[in-house]
Ligand binder design. Structure first.
Ligand code: DX5
Ligand code: ZN
Length: 234
């Protein structure tokens, strides 16, 4: 773990939400993003899926680059062999780059590479390096990488779609991960977060809580985002 301004900023703002944009109205994306900013959201979560690592294909670095926003770009790579794609996402303005532990044999090499990269938006800011674990992946796989990352993202659904149900065993995993890593790294939870469970997930110690379809539900993103932000306020 490196000490860096972005890490300190996110630690100080914990817990906070990172809003997944998959179910936003893309024809009105600028306005939709303004709404969540108004609600106090600071992180925008990009679900990059390649149709190989997980069933659905969404978008790649050009879309991440094309979305000009003051929100911090939280890029979640659900793609096979992310090593060769890191640079393009960093150049696209990623502030957080999270890779899946299961996506390559050489996960350590991926973190080595990420550790040498500079934040494109502001070199002084640093890039937050995240490791995501599928619901069926052992928490112990985090240990050998602990000094090379700043975020562990626990998936509470099997990656592939928004709008899935929160897998209940995630709560015990979150508690155990917290015991394992303490305050050394930030902990995120991604998938199946709703108005009904967000407060509980925050109370369990998640620092970053990803919520997509419960905010961009096609009806009231502003009201939804405000609800989520309030629900986790300490
Ligand atoms: C899982 C993705 C999540 C998901 C979040 O495949 O990593 O970010 O789309 O969406 P909701 O909040 O709808 O579960
Ligand atoms: Zn995600």
């Amino acid at each position: 773990m490196q000490s860096q301004p972005l890490f300190d900023q996110l630690r100080a703002a914990s817990p906070q939400i990172s809003v997944g944009m998959l179910t936003a109205d893309w024809m009105a994306l600028g306005a939709e993003l303004k709404l969540i900013e108004t609600a106090g959201v600071r992180l925008l979560h990009f679900d990059v899926m390649d149709g190989n690592f997980c069933p659905m294909m969404t978008f790649g670095a050009p879309v991440v680059a094309g979305i000009k926003t003051p929100l911090l770009k939280d890029v979640h790579l659900m793609i096979d062999e992310p090593l060769t794609k890191l640079e393009s996402h960093v150049a696209a303005g990623a502030d957080i780059v999270t890779v899946q532990a299961e996506s390559t044999r050489h996960i350590h090499r991926v973190f080595q590479a990420l550790g040498k990269m500079t934040n494109f938006n502001d070199p002084k800011r640093g890039i937050l390096r995240g490791l995501a674990l599928n619901p069926g992946t052992r928490l112990e796989s985090v240990e050998p990488l602990l000094d090379q990352l700043e975020l562990v993202l626990l998936l509470a659904v099997n990656p592939g779609w928004g709008g899935q149900k929160f897998i209940p065993s995630t709560s015990a995993r979150l508690a155990r991960l917290k015991q394992m890593v303490g305050d050394k790294v930030l902990i995120g939870v991604d998938g199946g977060i709703t108005r009904d469970n967000i407060a509980e997930v925050a109370q369990m110690g998640a620092d970053i809580i990803v919520t997509g379809s419960a905010v961009f539900d096609g009806k009231s993103p502003l009201e939804n985002a405000r609800f989520m932000v309030d629900a986790i306020r300490k």
